[in-house]
Ligand binder design. Structure first.
Ligand code: UDX
Length: 447
């Protein structure tokens, strides 16, 4: 089976590499020549655990190749995935210009029956537009070739994308013909040998499933952040509340960790897009509007705690920021809450020293010389008036607090992910602030 994947971003590259890994012949296509040249030389545009090995192995065995010329690789393919970007427009809706441009090019160059699959996260109704673009391109060539469109949203978590692709919880596929269903069933058969389902449905439902999944997960997080903030005021401890509710299987113990707000390339964009779709259809998505508002406020929670602790006098103070990426195991800085915090600290006249195990290169594009770049967590903490744990990378979990205590100016820790034990830190002489922990909120610090 020959498969084309258009777009070598995060989703496209993982999809292409993992399909090749089970024996499919895959050509990954991108308009960006430099990116394709790099990939041909084994250089990946993103950091994702395990991906480099899969790409190298399959490039070397010839099952995975890279090209900038879509028209020349389309003939003979059975499937073409569209995995190009859908950046949010000014009004929050997903911009489909790249998706439709690719659909048009596919229509202009196909020579045989083809299933064209949207993999990018696209609003309900996009497949209809993709279909129209292909049909139009075929008509312009006076060709009556048979083809189908399908929708196959991804549920890949950054940092675990290869594992998620190879061993999915489920695969969701929207199709409107038996023929297309068969092609996709053949393609995905090797990935569901573990018994997990390929859930076939109509195209509109598949498109909606992706948004509903991400919106539900974002809702869980904003809900817990709201509860955490109320815990602080009422004397409750959100860690206990979390355990108390999570053992109910109807609620579940995953994705209920309070923090400093969700970020990344999916949740913020998808929640906005679904609110926007609601508006288009005259239906207010009231829960999701609140999910977004709570998240925006949550990104400021750590700054507010810092500001209160130092009685709004941050001028000239130095803060160590541990972790920059929106979550661990990725260098992705998109919508990272760290940026909101750092900007607020800089605006208040503070100095910032940062360290992240992987994302510093990406973060430099945004922060440049406005912050000091640490060589490790200890270097970032050196001379600081406060340490802020922003991203819960494993290497931040068990620092040598005695060493840190000797090098900081003031021993205060603001833990944005509740990964440290407050009592342990207090015993070592630190003032500790977490999220949703009444006894360590700004007014009732245990010392
Ligand atoms: C998400 C979905 O999980 C994935 O299925 C989808 O296809 C793409 O979007 P991703 O953006 O990679 O994946 O990150 P995820 O691990 O889901 O975390 C998203 C954000 O939520 C992060 O900022 C994380 O810190 C935050 N989060 C997550 C919490 O604050 N609390 C939690 O309990 C879980």
């Amino acid at each position: 089976m020959k498969v084309i994947v258009v777009g070598t971003g995060y989703v496209g590259l993982v999809t292409g590499a993992c399909l090749a890994e089970v024996g499919t012949n895959v050509v990954c296509v991108d308009v960006n020549e430099a990116k394709i040249k790099d990939l041909q030389n084994g250089i990946l545009p993103i950091y994702e655990p395990g991906l480099e090995e899969v790409v190298h192995r399959n490039f070397q065995n010839g099952r995975l190749s890279f090209s900038t010329d879509l028209a020349s690789v389309i003939p003979g393919a059975e499937l073409a995935f569209i995995a190009v970007g859908t950046p949010p427009g000014e009004d929050g809706s997903a911009d489909l210009k790249y998706v439709l441009q690719v659909a048009k090019e596919i229509g202009a160059s196909m020579t045989n029956y083809l299933v064209v699959v949207t993999k990018s996260t696209v609003p309900v109704g996009t497949a209809v537009k993709v279909n129209r673009a292909i049909k139009q391109a075929l008509q312009e060539r006076d060709q009556l070739l048979d083809y189908d469109v399908a929708s196959n949203p991804e549920f890949l978590k950054e940092g675990a994308a290869v594992a998620d692709f190879m061993k999915p919880d489920r695969i969701v596929v929207g199709v409107n013909t038996e023929k297309a269903q068969q092609v996709l069933e053949n393609l995905y058969h090797p990935f569901v040998l573990n018994g997990r389902p390929i859930v076939f449905m109509d195209i509109a439902s598949a498109e909606m499933t992706k948004y509903a999944a991400n919106a539900m997960l974002a809702t869980k997080i904003s809900f817990m952040n709201d509860i955490a903030n109320l815990c602080e005021l009422t004397g409750a401890d959100v860690n206990k509340v979390r355990k108390g509710i999570g053992s109910d299987p109807r609620i579940g113990d995953r994705f209920i960790y309070p923090g400093i707000g969700y970020g990344g390339s999916c949740f913020p964009k998808d929640v906005k897009a679904l609110v926007r779709t609601g508006k288009e259809y005259g239906h207010a998505m009231r829960i999701l509007e609140s999910v977004e508002a709570v998240n925006e406020d949550q990104k400021k929670v750590m700054f507010n705690k810092i500001d209160r602790h130092f009685e709004s006098d941050l001028q000239g103070k130095t803060f160590a920021i541990w972790g920059l990426s929106f979550k661990p195991n990725t260098d992705d800085m998109r919508e990272a809450p760290s940026i909101v915090l750092i900007e607020a600290l800089l605006n208040a006249g503070a100095k910032v020293r940062v360290f992240d195990p992987v994302a510093m290169h990406e973060a430099k594009k945004e922060l440049g010389e406005r912050v000091t770049w640490g060589t490790d967590l200890y270097d970032a903490a050196n001379g600081a008036d406060g340490i802020v744990l922003v991203t819960e990378w494993n290497e931040f979990r068990l620092p040598d607090w005695n060493r840190i205590k000797d090098s900081v100016k003031a021993a205060v820790v603001f833990d944005g992910r509740n990964i440290y034990d407050d009592v342990t830190l207090q015993k070592k002489g630190f003032i500790y602030y977490g999220i949703g922990l009444a006894r360590t909120n700004s007014t009732t610090v245990l010392v």
